[in-house]
Design a protein around this ligand. Structure first.
Ligand code: G6P
Length: 359
């Protein structure tokens, strides 16, 4: 218990340690003068020959990879995130950077994918939390997310640190290849404010009240688009991992293509607003409300969604990528409190392991 630092669970401690973890993740990596990104472990111009990026990962790391791929595309670089267990490549991948995004650096599916990429001629990079891990040793280069050890099986602080790292990596690759698309405008200011913004979320008490209000529901749905899509998936994964309740995340625009058939007055819908496609997501909120589902808006105070929704999980107002991470933190707290009310084994959920070393 000493390692829990006064918290009931490692997961809660790790949720609350995110301001410090993010400070470490970002520390010394952005030049305040020109916004250039330098990583201690990567030589200048390391990515100069890269024409496309494929990120391979599992579980929470896959959701971080979706965010990373989106940022790379916004910076003008062809990029895709892929489930490591479904990865396949053309025979020659000389123009490709394969990025293994893995907290532990030991996940068998991810190692298998990045090894296949290396065999096809791709340049390889590990984005990992563990110095000396297999991924860090085997890839051409390694980039450490510096989140500190994570004990809870459900990933929390490593998700936010992964996305923060990938935000910087996308800028660095764009600079190395000379891409000139605007990227996520304001991201550096957003990242600078992020540790403090996360602290505002972790010191709030809205998530506990909402978890209590909706306990006993038939299922829990999470929707988002753009920067919020990966966080809708991650919010649902976190919820099912530690509460054992049925939860699903959907791209908000996909609701009408199937999932809407599941929506009833007993399926609360958590709608995430990050300033990226919010008007359309508001339309999706109306669609679920007209089927009787209660809606919880994860949005800044004063956002139009707050007036429309039944409940509100507040996040500070910032750029979309950072807003999505603040929403992720609110949803971590929601899952934690829902699991606590159900008396689940929060740090060691049934049937799950922190690191999965079989394919
Ligand atoms: C397991 C863990 C997840 C994690 C996934 C990938 O399933 O329970 O929390 O996201 O492995 O792990 P990695 O170490 O590769 O990020």
């Amino acid at each position: 218990d000493a390692g829990k630092g006064g918290y009931d669970h490692y997961m809660l401690k790790e949720i609350h340690s995110q301001p410090d973890a993010l400070t470490d993740t970002l520390s010394g990596r952005v030049n305040p003068g020109d916004g250039g990104v330098a990583f201690e472990s990567l030589p200048d111009g390391a990515f100069a020959d890269v024409e496309q990026v494929r990120l391979v990962a599992c579980g929470t790391s896959y959701h971080a990879s979706l965010a990373g791929a989106r940022l790379l595309r916004q910076a003008g670089i062809p990029a895709h995130a892929e489930l490591a267990s479904e990865f396949s490549l053309p025979e020659s991948a000389d123009d490709t950077l394969a990025v293994a995004v893995t907290q532990s650096g030991e996940t068998a599916d991810t190692l298998g994918a990045v090894r296949a990429a290396a065999d096809a001629g791709a340049q390889t990079l590990a984005v990992t939390n563990v110095v000396g891990s297999t991924a860090a040793r085997e890839c051409d280069d390694a980039l450490f997310i510096r989140a500190g050890p994570e004990i809870g099986v459900a990933a929390t602080k490593t998700f936010t640190s992964q996305v923060a790292t990938l935000s910087l990596l996308s800028r660095r690759i764009a600079a190395d290849v000379g891409a000139d698309a605007p990227g996520d405008a304001g991201i550096l200011d957003g990242l600078d404010a992020l540790p403090g913004d996360v602290r505002d979320v972790t010191t709030g008490d809205a998530a506990r009240a909402i978890a209590n209000r909706y306990r006993g529901s038939d299922a829990y749905f999470f929707i988002g688009r753009g920067a919020a899509h990966s966080v809708a998936l991650e919010g649902a994964l976190k919820f099912k991992e530690i509460t054992y309740e049925h939860a699903e995340g959907f791209a908000a625009g996909e609701l009408k293509h199937g999932p809407l058939a599941l929506v009833t007055p007993d399926t609360p819908v958590f709608a995430i607003f990050t300033g990226d496609g919010d008007e359309q997501t508001l339309t999706n909120v109306e669609e679920v409300q007209s089927r009787g589902a209660p809606v919880v808006a994860v949005a800044p105070d004063g956002h139009p969604a707050v007036d429309v929704a039944d409940d509100h999980l507040p996040i500070p107002d910032t750029v979309p990528t950072c807003a999505s991470l603040l929403a992720a933190v609110q949803l971590q707290l929601l899952s934690y409190h829902a699991a606590e009310l159900l008396d689940r084994a929060i740090d060691k959920p049934r049937n799950l392991a922190k690191s999965v070393t079989v394919q």
